[in-house]
Design a protein around this ligand. Structure first.
Ligand code: KIV
Length: 274
């Protein structure tokens, strides 16, 4: 028998153990080079279906396919060594039946080598979470603002702002927790709701637009790097790459037009003959 291969990656146990402790640091990643940059600094990398909007220019995440998620999941796994990697199940890949969910989620696990999948968990989805977990697939749930439900909800709006909706979000979170998810994203809810869910569920909560009361935070990396003109209110920009890229390309264009690029340093010459 060959020697046991030890993975240096964080495990589902490491993530679950972070409940109530040092906050979990997570970001989205879609490519190998970005995954390599984030790997040492993050506990968890999410190959989010936001890739559809951020990288492919789609208007919402509804058009994202399983093939896109697998391709980006493979790239992120190649680029990272240490972080726990979760791949989003896209709209239409897990809602029709438990069997559909298992077949597609197991494909994502096998073809990417990721450690878990994430599903947007309305209350109906608790059965899906249980079905997958019992069959060996760790599941992260996603409650509150659910981008895949944007057509029903009427846009990307904060959730749980009325008593009725608040109770619904709590019921969704509790159902997913009881069904065995190892962690859950809470998106776009008021602080007191995030705090109540975090207190009520046994798994760690990872907030995005859901206050510092969660057990961890996640942002879309391109938002924090300042790649877009507009970002939601809950984003803090730590860089202004959009403007840096604009300046860099202006410099390049000016040099090309002035024939000062390429210069001597960037130009091959004939090898000196002996
Ligand atoms: O798709 C995504 O990037 C996400 C995060 C915003 C949590 O689900």
């Amino acid at each position: 028998m060959s020697a046991q291969v030890q993975s240096a990656r964080k495990t589902v146990k490491d993530i679950a153990a972070a409940k109530g402790g040092v906050p979990i640091v997570s970001l989205t990643a879609y490519t190998a080079p970005m995954a390599a940059l984030l790997d040492e600094k993050c506990d968890l990398l999410l190959v989010g279906d936001s890739v559809g909007m951020v990288v492919h220019g789609l208007p919402t995440t509804v058009g994202v396919t399983l093939e896109m998620m697998i391709l980006h999941g493979q790239a992120v796994m190649r680029g990272s060594k240490r972080a726990f990697v979760v791949v989003d199940m896209p709209f239409g890949s897990y809602e029709a039946s438990l069997e559909q969910a298992f077949l597609n989620a197991s494909r994502v696990m096998k073809e990417t080598g990721c450690q878990a999948v994430k599903i947007e968990a309305g209350e109906y989805a608790a059965d899906t979470v249980r079905f997958l977990v019992e069959r060996g697939i760790p599941v992260m749930a996603h409650v509150g603002l659910r981008p895949q439900a944007t057509n029903v909800d009427g846009g990307f709006k904060a959730r749980g702002r009325t008593e009725k909706e608040r109770n619904k979000v709590i019921a969704e979170a509790v159902a997913a927790d009881e069904a065995g998810c190892f962690a859950m994203v809470i998106e776009g809810v008021a602080e007191d709701l995030a705090a109540q869910i975090t207190k009520q569920v046994s798994c760690p909560t990872v907030g995005i637009g859901a206050s510092a009361t969660c057990d961890g935070q996640i942002l879309v990396t391109d938002d924090l790097l300042g790649m877009f003109d507009w970002t939601p209110r809950f984003v803090r920009r730590y860089a202004d790459l959009r403007s840096d890229i604009g300046k860099a390309v202006d410099g390049y264009a000016a040099d090309v037009r002035a024939r000062t690029f390429p210069g001597e340093k960037e130009t091959y010459t004939l090898k000196k003959q002996p």
